[in-house]
Design a binder for this molecule. Sequence first.
Ligand code: ZN
Length: 555
Amino acid sequence: MLTRLTGGTIYDPANGVDGEVRDLYVRDGRIVAPPLDGETIAHEHDLSGRVVMAGAIDIHTHIGGGKMTLARMLLPEDHAEHPVPRTRTMRSGSGYIVPSTFATGYRYAEMGYTACFEPAMMPTNARQAHMEMADTPIVDKGAYVMLGSDDFLLRLMAEQAEQAIVNDYVAWSLESAQALAIKVVNPGGISAFKFNQRALDLDEAHPYYPNVTPRAVVEVLTRAVHELGVPHPLHVHGCNLGVPGNIATTEKTVGAAGGLPLHLTHVQFHSYGTEGDRRFSSGAARIAEALNAHPNLSIDVGQLMFGQTVTASGDTMAQYRNRKSARPKKWVCMDIECDAGCGIVPFRYKHKGFVNALQWAIGLELFLLVQDPWRVFLTTDHPNGAPFATYPHLIRLLMDRSFRNDTFATIHPDAAALSTLGSIDREYSLYEIAVMTRAAPAKSLGLADRGHLGVGAAADITVYKAQRNRERMFERPEYVFKDGQIVARKGKIVNVTTGTTHVVRPEYERTIEGRLRDYMVRYQTVGIDNFPVRDEEIIAEGRGSLSIVPSERRA
Ligand SMILES: [Zn+2]
């Protein structure tokens, strides 16, 4: 059955299309070439005057795993205040800051997002994370498995194991956790926290594994990811999150990659200087310089927005430090076997608070100073900087200078005085928004058939009514197609589908399983036979599917 989407204005950066009026053809969930004469068009949608992009992709959003469950339990008020009633098509749910799984899928799809990636899945908790993502309807999903504070890796490093053995372990972790990429959080630091260390800078030795430093962890994992041919670079949440002066560490972390691809995540929280009377200043210009100097580097911003949210992070060290700022006053930190830890701390970001106001400005400076939209991705590190539902507002801040300046005029004056934001004229174009939220994340993750509208792509398509108020435009697309089916219409869910789970499966030597078997028997609660998440658990008799992203081993 052939569907024609007629006369829309297409923004498709992966194929170099910048606002051209074209027809799109969809068959069996895919975008296809224009039909030959005489072929019947079963359906037609007139999209004249409409803005058409591929479905949006969130490269970093916490939507599954134990810490999200903890965050939901910690904030019952969020769920009481934001009920999502059951409808003919939708299940009931609740929550705005940390919505329940079903509400998460609906809300993303209503905003034109068709794929979401959970960046911090614990290996031991992968099964639960996948079950939550299975309950997140419509959107495609995938997860990055967290290594770097796990005792197995730190032991390998302490005994100076060959890189090839580390690579086998990394590949085994990707496969057994059904992951798409590797994330490292406070490299080695979550483990060091368990030995009473309260900070661990890039070149500081781990208190228990003296030859292990965060730099060495980044080096060994960057190399593993590269040699295994995993498309997405090592996804790095660096040392010293939120600490004034951490910009110096962030710059040095770039050097630790040795020129190999590296992704620095929620870099807003890692871009702080110590200038000024309050010893807190913006390092955004230095990050922009680092991006210009290092073509191997990409970032996502982790924009902070004003209002109530909750931070949920694997970085127990940072979260323990943050507990004093909890609003409301409640928090939880936990240790997770020999793998890592996590911490949940609610925050209320205030535009009249000096630090929060400057954090907000630093995030926007990052977006606007980095020239290449292919290497900066739009995130709030949901829910850490703000709930993902604030994305349309963020897009307006990027696209509308006078709106941005009006908001800038309301923030704490000392913060405003330390920011260059008011002097930045740049406004993002629709094309650049399409790069940053579609084409670039798909490319970075290795998703060849997502994030674009070329022949062969999945028909994940978002259609907007052009409006001067970009927030209105982006919060309620006219149509959202997922795999060729209309799932949302004018911001309302009309059809609920199931997205696929994207994973990567690099080859490796199975001999690593012998070492892991012994280790797990001694130290873990789950043995190696039950640890891996099997394909059937995700496919679950048709309730999910797996899409294997190709990887090509380089060593
Ligand atoms: Zn995050």
